[in-house]
Design a protein around this ligand. Structure first.
Ligand code: FAD
Ligand code: SF4
Ligand code: SF4
Length: 478
């Protein structure tokens, strides 16, 4: 009986939830996809062929039990489907919205491989959890017993928050420190609302607070409190500080006014969405309104910048990337969304400097071609000599990626080992660092990565902290 609802992929076409018209959505910062209606979610979930070896699950970093929750959704058993989906994912509604599914679960769906169009796994995951919130099925954490041990988590991004959730459920006293005034990390101040509306993040933080997680905000570890002081106050520490050092550009006039870092630009925009006063935005410095905007880079951050500039009312928005469309690191889906909204991509171009008077006036652009593959197999961009030109610009946004801050120096903690890239050295399974009782997760270990990997790390590190504390107690009892 149940099986009859499944395997519908031959007769039923793949459908995403309705996408808002580009000209309408470009006027605001609301998400661009509407919610599935219940019948549509069930219909789309029913396209799954219930693979014996589900590659979707293998390629989900959290190994979500996708076929089972799709089947329950198709059968209308939504609460059971939600319970199953949240058992392996701390923030399913967030992953459903912003995982690059085309590279993870959906990109490995067998019916996609057979040419029928993937099951819309992310959209169903989002639908299930949004429905759970609407129906009050998502409850604050309520530990069965309280324990006395306390754990500090430095960084309130998805890695830190996922760890906080697991530890609090087990009754530990959890304190999350963050230098920002709001928790959420890049979910709050990096990723724009048109991909992830802010109330979706804030309701999770409120849920953690209601469950007893303590947040110490506006607290920059290394400045407002030392790392050693945190270690002294708590029984274990998880470092989840992300990566924030922006890669930079050199060349003539590289420091001219009007050339800004992507993280500053996106943070200012997100703060405005919260209704904050943001002097650098209000002065026009970080506002694209009426400007000719050039964004440099081809990753997800660049995509978020170009689409933010469109929404701020830029006169024109161009994205310069040194390789071509097929070789860009950013999601193809987001690139297509950006193009629909009016962004122009100028492939195979790289800046070699800027023209400027009091402020930037243009980008000195070198045209490129793709040459021989490098050691990684990717074709290296090469300059086409004599083909330079100037691209006019009033605002240039540098979105060239992020590197870690050097924590041992910043925190005066030379015993904390880092790799040659500056990321914290941590065991890939236990997430233990070189310091006893100190664990590390997310981007500060992996380098700039994905939300879903930070969640996985956070969940795993929390289990390791529990083992570590159990071991410490056993030693104390000897
Ligand atoms: P973060 O989210 O960076 O959180 C780290 C937290 O630590 C921050 O709140 C910071 O304030 C705090 N902190 C740092 N240093 C200190 C200190 N010394 N003291 C106290 N607090 C400190 N991933 C996706 O999966 N999908 C996407 O669509 C996507 N889009 C992105 C768009 C942008 C613009 C960017 C920049 C990234 C995007 N990512 C995306 C990547 C994703 O956001 C990160 O991989 C993820 O947030 C990493 O989580 P984290 O917990 O390790 O760190
Ligand atoms: Fe797919 Fe991400 Fe959900 Fe895993 S967590 S099923 S990769 S959307
Ligand atoms: Fe269903 Fe596709 Fe996963 Fe197979 S790979 S179980 S068809 S979602």
């Amino acid at each position: 009986m149940a099986q009859n609802r499944m395997l519908q992929f031959v007769t039923r076409a793949r459908e995403m939830p309705e996408k808002r018209e580009a000209s309408v959505r470009a006027q605001d910062f609301s998400e661009i996809y509407r919610e599935f209606a219940a019948a549509k979610a069930a219909e789309q979930a029913g396209r799954c062929s219930q693979c014996g070896v589900p590659y979707c699950q293998t390629h989900c970093p959290l190994h979500n039990n996708i076929p089972d929750w799709l089947r329950l959704t198709a059968e209308g058993r939504l609460q059971e489907a939600y319970e199953l989906s949240q058992a392996t994912n701390t923030f399913p509604e967030i992953c459903g919205r912003i995982c690059p599914q085309d590279r993870l679960c959906e990109g490995n769906c067998v019916i996609e491989q057979s040419g029928h169009g993937t099951v819309t796994i992310g959209a169903v995951e989002k639908y299930l959890t949004d429905t759970a919130w609407d129906n009050g099925w998502v409850k604050p954490v309520k530990p069965a017993t309280e324990r006395t041990e306390s754990v500090a988590i430095i960084g309130a991004g998805p890695g830190g928050l996922a760890a906080a959730d697991v530890l609090r459920r087990r009754g530990l006293q959890v304190t999350v420190y963050d230098r920002h005034d709001r928790a959420g990390g890049l979910l709050t101040y990096g990723i724009p609302g048109f991909k992830l509306e802010k109330d979706v993040v804030m309701q999770r933080i409120a849920q953690l607070e209601q469950g007893g997680v303590q947040f110490v905000l506006n607290c920059n570890v290394g400045e407002d409190i030392s790392f050693d002081a945190i270690r002294g106050k708590h029984d274990a520490v998880i470092i989840a500080t992300g990566v924030y050092k922006s890669r930079d550009l050199s060349g003539p006039n590289a420091t001219a006014a009007g050339i800004v870092r992507a993280i500053d630009y996106l943070t200012a925009s997100n703060r405005k969405s919260f209704g904050d006063e943001v002097p650098e935005f209000d002065s026009g410095e970080l506002d694209a309104k009426g400007k000719r905007v050039v964004v440099i880079g081809g990753g997800d951050t660049a995509m978020d910048c170009v689409r933010t500039a469109i929404r701020q009312g830029a006169q024109s928005v161009k994205c310069l990337y040194r390789r071509d469309r097929a070789n860009m690191p950013g999601s193809q889906r987001e690139t297509a969304n950006a193009e629909e909204e009016g962004v122009e991509f100028v492939w195979l171009t790289a800046p070699k400097g800027f023209t400027a008077g009091d402020a930037v006036e243009g980008v000195l652009v070198q045209q490129m071609r793709l040459g021989a593959p490098d050691a990684s197999g990717r074709q290296s961009p090469e300059v086409i000599e004599g083909a330079d030109y100037v691209e006019d610009a009033d605002l240039v946004i540098k979105a060239l990626g992020f590197e870690p801050e050097y924590l041992p120096k910043l925190w005066g903690s030379e015993g904390l080992e880092v790799t040659r890239w500056g990321t914290v050295k941590a065991d890939f399974r236990s997430h233990a660092t070189s310091l006893p009782g100190v664990f590390a997760v997310g981007d500060i270990v992996r380098g700039a990565s994905l939300v879903v990997w930070a969640i996985r790390d956070g969940r795993e590190a929390a289990e390791s902290v529990l083992d570590y504390l159990a071991g410490a107690q056993a030693v104390a009892a000897e």
